[in-house]
Design a protein around this ligand. Structure first.
Ligand code: SF4
Length: 294
């Protein structure tokens, strides 16, 4: 069970200076995330607050809107990513309701937003998403790594089920915002088969998604251990093969090349761009994109 701890923050807008991302600012209204994805890339972030259980101890920044209200008059109106190291619409948001005020402020100050989630709870705030989009542009995405419910139940146990995420896309598009699918991370042996990938592309196309951003699973630090523990428990038959792949540089390179070729074929077949995280400046006509690795 997740434990929601109410806390306060001193700043809301966080500048990360990443060279690889098409935005420089994040707002994380939570620390930790109860979605419990076995491949979670953000586990490291709890180390900055002295450790603890990233999935179980979720910190809710109850004053985030008040702090943001102070910061926005001096902010440069660059695109802001809502949830770099957490999911803004994880279960705690149902009660804490931090996002509506944040979105409302971003709309008032014409700040473009980027938001990716695994939760259909985002549908609650579509009116506000529409307001941000009208003021400055909004680019949303649903992460869908697989449509196989059995696999999703193990790798992403507490998020909305894959079909609910796909069903959210046409609703989001009604706001005028762009909405894509993040088919990432692709997990070898579990979600990397062509049938599995094609099911996501096909559903994305049918739902009216604007793009499919795909990416392989990279394993670093705390994520690596948590991932292998999760695979061992949830997919004992695939455990040895997955470990072997990540311990053999050549085999991993060959796997990635094959994956890239498969994604390229599917992209062509479904006419799906690989646009990732569009930068949405104040004038929507100047939208630019960066190309992911594949
Ligand atoms: S939704 Fe994102 S932040 Fe939350 S557990 Fe999954 S990967 Fe981690």
């Amino acid at each position: 069970m997740d434990h929601v701890i109410e806390t306060t923050c001193r700043s809301a807008l966080y500048r990360h200076n990443s060279k690889w991302l098409p935005y420089q600012y994040d707002i994380n209204v939570y620390r930790g995330c109860a979605h419990r994805c076995i491949y979670c890339y953000a586990l490291y972030s709890h180390e900055y607050i002295g450790g603890g259980d990233f999935f179980g101890d979720v910190y809710a920044k109850m004053n985030v809107a008040d702090v943001l209200r102070r910061e926005l008059p001096r902010f440069s109106r660059e695109p802001v990513n809502l949830g770099g190291i957490t999911d803004s619409y994880q279960p705690a948001e149902r009660d804490c309701k931090l996002m509506p005020e944040v979105l409302s402020l971003l709309a008032r100050y014409s700040v473009p937003i980027i938001l990716c989630t695994k939760s259909a709870l985002v549908l609650r705030d579509l009116e506000l998403v529409g307001r941000v989009n009208a003021a400055s542009g909004a680019s949303l995405a649903l992460t869908v790594t697989t449509l196989d419910k059995r696999v999703a139940d193990i790798i992403e146990p507490n998020s909305s089920r894959p079909h609910e995420r796909i069903a959210a896309i046409p609703e989001i598009k009604k706001t005028g915002a762009q909405c894509g699918v993040h088919l990432m991370p692709v997990i070898p042996y579990l979600t990397s088969g062509e049938d599995s990938l094609e099911a996501v592309f096909s559903a994305a196309k049918e739902s009216g998604a604007d793009y499919v951003l795909a990416g392989a699973l990279n394993l670093k630090s705390a994520t690596k251990k948590a991932f292998f523990d999760g695979v061992k428990k949830g997919f004992p038959s695939e455990y040895a093969s997955i470990c072997a792949l990540y311990n053999d540089r050549d085999a991993y390179r060959a796997y990635k090349e094959k994956l890239q070729a498969t994604l390229g074929r599917l992209r062509k077949k479904y006419g799906m761009p690989a646009y990732a995280m569009p930068i949405v400046p104040a004038k929507p006509t100047q939208m630019t994109f960066f190309q992911p690795a594949f």
